[in-house]
Ligand binder design. Structure first.
Ligand SMILES: Nc1ncnc2c1ncn2[C@@H]1O[C@H](COP(=O)(O)OP(=O)(O)O)[C@@H](O)[C@H]1O
Ligand SMILES: [Mg+2]
Length: 233
């Protein structure tokens, strides 16, 4: 797809997110920009592609992956989720980067809430207790939550697989942000459970060999790569 340009600093815009909590929205949520914005247009194009080739085919979850950090993985996951929600697709954005979460910087919640880490560490609690359903109409978010000492173990639990099944049942689309592949193997676990992944590469940032290695690993782990997105720094 067309490159996405990084142009705006992540200054914050205040916005009231509802009665339960409020959210400060980062300027990096470019899908919110006016229809004429190039980046918003690029996310609508990505949404069309994902709808046509993935969600529309009944495959409802997608892990967003990158080989290294700072290439825009979280940026793509959050804006894609937002763009899907804008056309009435009931969407859940999950921050599965338990080591260095980023979704909470894009949607900064007025008060901290338990997230994925606490959800996985609390076996019998209903999943819905950890999901914020007041972020936007048709957009719910499962934040990463307070940093756990054992992220890999938590993601390896059956409860994580059960959570993903719950998401598939309850949402039209579940977009999962993951940590970069060069710091841990969490992305492999998440992608294997989810079954499908979208690979993000940064122009002039990602080495082609690293991206190829990641795609090969994901395919070997039975996580079909449905596409790649190039971001521009
Ligand atoms: N194409 C882009 N346009 C604008 N800002 C971007 C773009 N890609 C990344 N950013 C910003 O760059 C920083 C790093 O991106 P992030 O998505 O957190 O990277 P990663 O998840 O790959 O580590 C963030 O501040 C993000 O908002
Ligand atoms: Mg990230």
């Amino acid at each position: 797809m067309a490159a996405m340009h990084r142009d705006a600093p992540t200054d914050e815009l205040g916005k009231d997110g509802g009665s339960k909590a409020s959210y400060t929205l980062s300027r990096a949520l470019v899908a919110l920009d006016p229809a004429t914005s190039t980046q918003a247009e690029e996310f609508r194009a990505l949404r069309t592609r994902v709808m046509a080739r993935h969600i529309g085919e009944g495959r409802r979850a997608l892990a967003v992956c990158a080989s290294t950090s700072s290439v825009g993985c979280t940026f793509v996951a959050a804006n894609l989720a937002l763009a899907l929600s804008q056309i009435g697709v009931k969407t859940l954005l999950v921050d599965a980067n338990l080591r260095s979460p980023g979704v909470d910087q894009l949607f900064a919640r007025s008060s901290p809430a338990p997230g994925l880490a606490q959800c996985l560490a609390t076996p019998n609690a209903p999943f819905s207790e950890f999901i914020q359903d007041d972020v936007f109409p048709d957009l719910s978010v499962l934040f990463a939550g307070a940093k756990p000492p054992n992220p890999q173990e938590l993601l390896a639990t059956d409860r994580f697989a059960e959570l993903m099944s719950f998401c598939l049942r309850d949402y039209d689309a579940t977009i999962i942000d993951t940590p970069p592949a060069n710091v841990c193997s969490d992305v492999n676990r998440v992608s294997t459970v989810v079954g499908y992944s979208l690979v993000v590469a940064g122009r002039n940032r990602s080495l082609i060999s690293d991206v190829r290695t990641l795609i090969r690993q994901l395919e070997n782990d039975r996580a079909r790569v449905v596409g790649t997105v190039m971001t521009e720094a």
